[in-house]
Ligand binder design. Structure first.
Ligand code: CAA
Length: 281
């Protein structure tokens, strides 16, 4: 394993590219347009430069890491890579299209991983002729800081593929946790109903948003309160994951709070749109 292609240069994709490049891998960072890739590279540069300012990295090391990342706007660049980590938008149609194309382009031995936060790996794998080489690698946001990677086995994922991905995860300084392919896996099956319940608590007027966040921060030692965290993740993403749990299990306990739906319909998507439960500068 030497060369990794990361598809999607957004918040997750750029973070994944950064940590893999820091671990010494050659990276192809791909997105639809040059400006998207450049934006991702600028975020990586900013993160690494912060580490230089803190004397955790030298300027030469930063430049070497950046030089290991090659920009790309065509999936054809999957031709020469050993692993692809897809971090495109959370949409099954788009993901299956990407995986079907990658299956045509990438060498037969190349492993195809998805950073999906809740979509079934088995279904993504079925879009290819190599389901045994398809696997989930679910990183947490912000990727450079968070230690966990959920590794999700699809129905057909081969043991040696799982082992390779577990080894790479350790090599990039993360902690792998093995998870089976069920809606929301483990992280979001537990996190999202908690966030949804916090939104119900606000919706029913039990407490103010500040109070709800304070209870969970000071009472449970969470680094962020659930409503701040929802804004940080993106309310559209939270709603999408709740819908995936609701449909996947057919259980009303996963119904998304109407207030969450309302905010998403209003375009209040959290930090990224400037307004969610809180207002951002
Ligand atoms: N990118 C890179 N580094 C970042 C960063 C970012 N976006 N945000 C913070 N950092 C770094 C800082 O540079 C700092 O580094 P040093 O220790 O080297 O100085 C360190 O993280 C701590 O940052 P701060 O002191 O500024 O802030 P903090 O202590 O409040 O930590 C936080 C910020 C790490 C985001 C913390 O608030 C936290 O852990 N929040 C919860 C995050 C969480 O739960 N993530 C999971 C979301 S769910 C998910 O991702 C899955 C999904 O599918 C939805």
């Amino acid at each position: 394993m030497q060369k990794i292609m990361v598809i999607g240069a957004g918040q997750m994709g750029s973070g994944i590219a950064q940590v893999c490049a820091q671990a010494g891998y050659s990276i192809v960072l791909n997105d639809l347009k040059t400006e998207f890739v450049e934006r991702g590279l600028a975020v990586i540069n900013k993160n690494l430069s912060r580490q230089v300012d803190k004397n955790k990295l030298t300027a030469e090391q930063r430049d070497e890491i950046l030089a290991r990342i090659t920009p790309s706007t065509t999936l054809q660049d999957a031709e020469g890579v050993d692993l692809v980590i897809e971090a495109a938008v959370e949409n099954m149609e788009i993901k299956t299209k990407i995986f079907a194309q990658l299956d045509e382009i990438a060498p037969k031995q190349t492993i195809l991983a998805s950073n999906t936060s809740s979509l079934p790996i088995t279904e993504i794998a079925a879009a290819t002729n190599r389901p045994e080489k398809v696997i989930g690698m679910h990183f947490m946001n912000p990727v450079p800081v968070m230690k966990l990677v959920e590794i999700i086995r699809g129905l057909a994922t081969a043991d040696e593929v799982y082992q390779t991905i577990e080894d790479i995860t350790k090599k990039i300084g993360k902690v792998p946790v093995e998870v089976e392919d069920f809606p929301g896996f483990v992280a979001n099956r537990i996190l999202m109903p908690m966030i949804n319940e916090a939104i119900y608590t606000l919706y029913e007027g039990v407490a103010t948003k500040e109070s709800i966040d304070e209870v969970m921060k000071l009472g449970m030692n969470h680094p962020m309160g659930p409503l701040t965290l929802a804004d940080f993740i993106g309310l559209d993403t939270c709603l999408y994951i709740m819908e995936t749990l609701y449909e996947g299990f057919g259980d009303p306990k996963y119904r998304p709070c109407p207030l969450l739906r309302k905010y998403v319909k209003a375009g209040w998507l959290g930090k990224k749109s400037g307004r969610g439960f809180y207002v951002y500068e």
